[in-house]
Design a protein around this ligand. Sequence first.
Ligand SMILES: Nc1ncnc2c1ncn2[C@@H]1O[C@H](COP(=O)(O)OP(=O)(O)OP(=O)(O)O)[C@@H](O)[C@H]1O
Length: 359
Amino acid sequence: MSLHDAHSFRAGVGDDVRVGDGESAAEMAVIAGATRTVGAVSSEGAGEPEALIRTRRLTKRFRHATVVDGIDLTVPAGAIYGFLGPNGSGKTTTIRMLLGLIRPVAGEVEVLGLPIPARSAEALPRVGSLVEGPAFHPYLSGWANLARIDAADPAADPRTARTRIDAALDRVGLLAAATKRYRAYSLGMRQRLAIASALLMPRELLVLDEPTNGLDPQGTREVRHLIGQLAQEGVTVLVSSHLLSEVEQMCSHIGVMYEAKLVWQGRIDDLRAGAVQTVRVETEQPAEAARVLTDLGLADVAQDPDGRVVTGLPGEVEIASIVPRLVREHVSVLGFTVSAPSLEDLFVQLTGEGFDVSG
Ligand SMILES: Nc1ncnc2c1ncn2[C@@H]1O[C@H](COP(=O)(O)OP(=O)(O)OP(=O)(O)O)[C@@H](O)[C@H]1O
């Protein structure tokens, strides 16, 4: 297998997706981990949860630009799926296709097991969504704004509107501010009201496009907390973001978009577990230390230019055995550390570019 082949992996059940041409063992191992992980979220596997969203080779072009390129997205039931990617990577366009707002040029979409757009009328009433946000009237209260939206829904029974609106406001923690005018709401309250509008009817799935965009840290915390609560109540959530730190704090799964492609998806825990650790030994006998590490089976053993530090990749070697072995072979150990790349490092390896992690 060529190096380039080693760098291709499946982001689902469709085409191979190639990522950067970096040559580090870390990158190769991360990508190997991705292959395993992606398989784990497939509903085809025994005992795996069903997928509430599944796309196959989903593709969208605007004029001649391919802005979503053959993606195989799988959102398992019960997940908080962080749809992560830099601005312009194709997240909103994908979400608009999931909700039947625009048509793909190729590929398939299934939401709640039903093909979109063919059976949108059955699937989409069970999906709450926030894309570009509803238009709220600034001089009406939060309650009155929701009443207008509820009245426009042909599936909503007007006789139970009051109960429904109160329940939606209560769910997002706005019942006490129900009679306040919208214009007096903070940014976080406005966004929570937008989420309440998506929750007027019972939903199995929520699709939220950048729900914390433009919010201050307090508003961001409120929305994040609300999404966690909704997930605990059994709602599956797909939430897009360009902030790695946010997705990391909130989500169980990640799908990473980069330049129109889905370059990784799976459980965050599996991504971390697949990360390659590096062992670092500080010693006055670097040549001896390097020999011992190599004999033990560490890969890529190297001496730093200053001569006192030796590094290596432990792979299957038991970490706890390394220092005792050095000591047994009379190598002085002045320092010993084991480090794993951060999530941000892993994404740089996948995309060749960092994410905005400032939050
Ligand atoms: N209606 C359209 N016509 C032409 N190009 C479009 C249209 N909608 C989106 N695009 C382009 O498609 C690409 C992907 O945009 P998209 O909004 O899906 O990205 P995104 O990842 O959601 O980023 P952002 O967070 O900035 O919205 C961008 O280059 C954008 O300019």
